[in-house]
Design a protein around this ligand. Structure first.
Ligand SMILES: Cc1cc2nc3c(=O)[nH]c(=O)nc-3n(C[C@H](O)[C@H](O)[C@H](O)COP(=O)(O)OP(=O)(O)OC[C@H]3O[C@@H](n4cnc5c(N)ncnc54)[C@H](O)[C@@H]3O)c2cc1C
Length: 410
């Protein structure tokens, strides 16, 4: 291995960090150029007014194969969410969930009127089918929209509207369920095989732990790359860095001047201080009314955390597009919380408007091949944009790029 070769990774998100970990294992000393002041990319946590705020509500699915490989779950002190959801509709509250994993959800799930007996049977069949289907087979099968897939599986419009739409709008960050059926089956299977968890220190603990595995990588933070050509990186201040290999671990369309830019899905995430936690337990709340702007809520203080503040904090996610200014948005959200969920939101703490939250991909891949990751002999592409919008995919892409580079220098 020609480990003296200079390898530069652009982007210190999850994919860039995994690429660096794998390249170090191969004997390289990578350089990471990152536009912001720290690692994590889309996986960041801020401390605001003594509260820990994640940049957008996100969870780690314990069952992700690459997360199991690269993360030490114990030291992350993962906090478990209840495998279910509380659905708010027409001022009524319904608790649904997986009774096999949380017995307290058994009776409410049987009584829940979000779907019919036929729907419950269809869920049972889907669980069984996906349990026996490998992740590779899921991504190899025909891809249609999630909505089409659910209809083909015999689910009623009622359960689609009352459960699948609000639940998967939060995951796909779009409200029409037009995202590929492979992505639906993948996330559904992952939810079925492990819990959704959040590290005690916030989601940023994930990239921080990955960074702590690096001993030879050099980071250049607060440095933005403008363009990349073979062997040459131009920074925003027009200075030039040469490199034998360049890994672009972020949306490469602008950097490479590609004709077809990546299309992104966006979301809004608002945090409010609240007097009490109306749900008591760590469970996601979904708003199923057609006219509600809010998609989901979660009391971030319902799991162990390192907040210095003793108050309760509510995270509110909005997926639907809107043109409201911040003041109007806050008052609309407060009024929806009160009218639909009976929650009196107190002090507004912060808003994250995330324009590039998830790549909007027509077709998604699980592992991909050289075509997904190799742009030229010296330029490689990593990131969830190359496979599918998930932490698992970001990790897979970083690993795959390092493997291709290793093959090149063997
Ligand atoms: C609100 C939200 C909720 C999500 N929920 C989940 C979830 O529950 N489960 C899940 O699995 N996934 C979730 N995701 C997706 C997951 O966070 C991403 O798939 C993953 O973090 C992508 O990592 P990445 O390395 O591909 O890209 P990024 O995290 O985007 O990293 C790219 C890095 O490159 C840097 N960069 C960009 N341009 C330049 C430049 N010109 N020069 C230098 N540096 C540059 C950026 O600053 C960034 O640090 C969610 C994402 C969001 C935003």
């Amino acid at each position: 291995m020609e480990s003296n070769k200079k390898i530069t990774i652009i982007g210190a998100g999850i994919s860039g960090l995994i690429a660096a970990i794998e390249l170090e294992k191969l004997g390289f000393n990578p350089i990471v150029i990152e536009a912001t002041d720290r690692v994590g990319g889309r996986v960041k946590t801020d401390i605001v007014d003594e509260f820990q705020l994640d940049h957008g509500f996100q969870v780690l699915l314990e069952a992700y194969p690459k997360a199991k490989k690269y993360l030490n779950y114990k030291t992350l002190e993962l906090q478990k969410l209840i495998p279910g959801a509380v659905i708010y509709k027409n001022r009524e509250t319904t608790l649904i969930g997986d009774p096999l994993r949380d017995f307290s959800l058994l009776v409410p799930t049987i009584l829940a009127n979000v779907g019919s007996i036929k729907d419950k049977l269809a869920i049972f069949k889907l669980n069984l089918e996906l349990k026996n289907k490998s992740l590779e087979a899921i991504f190899d099968s025909e891809q249609v929209s999630t909505l089409q897939y659910l209809r083909d599986k015999g689910f009623s419009e009622r359960i689609i509207k009352n459960f699948f739409k609000p639940f998967f709008s939060d995951i796909f960050l779009e409200t029409d369920l037009r995202t590929s059926s492979a992505m639906f089956q993948f996330t559904y299977k992952m939810f079925g095989e492990g819990l959704a968890v959040i590290p005690k220190d916030g989601i940023q603990a994930i990239p921080n732990q990955l960074k702590s595995q690096l001993t030879k990588t050099v980071f250049r933070f607060n440095t933005r790359v403008k363009t990349v050509e073979e062997g040459c990186i131009v920074l925003e201040d027009d200075s030039v860095i040469t490199s034998d290999i360049i890994v672009i671990a972020t949306d490469a369309s602008k950097i490479l001047g590609l004709e077809k830019p990546v299309v992104w899905k966006s979301c809004d995430n608002l945090y409010f201080e609240v007097e009490q936690n109306t749900l008591k337990k760590p469970i996601i709340g979904l708003l199923a009314n057609n006219d509600s702007l809010i998609n989901n809520i979660f009391y971030t203080t319902s799991v162990a955390n390192n907040n210095k503040s003793k108050g309760h904090l509510l995270s509110v996610t909005i997926v639907k597009s809107h043109n409201l200014g911040e003041t109007n948005l806050i008052s609309q959200v407060k009024s929806e919380l009160k009218n639909n969920c009976g929650i009196i939101a107190g002090r507004f703490v912060k808003r994250y408007r995330i324009k590039k939250a998830l790549p909007d991909l027509e077709r998604v891949d699980y592992k991909g091949n050289e075509d997904n990751f190799k742009f030229s002999e010296t330029i490689y592409l990593a990131g969830d944009t190359q496979l599918n919008g998930s932490l698992n995919a970001a990790m897979t892409s970083g690993e795959a790029v390092a493997k291709l580079i290793a093959e090149r220098f063997k």
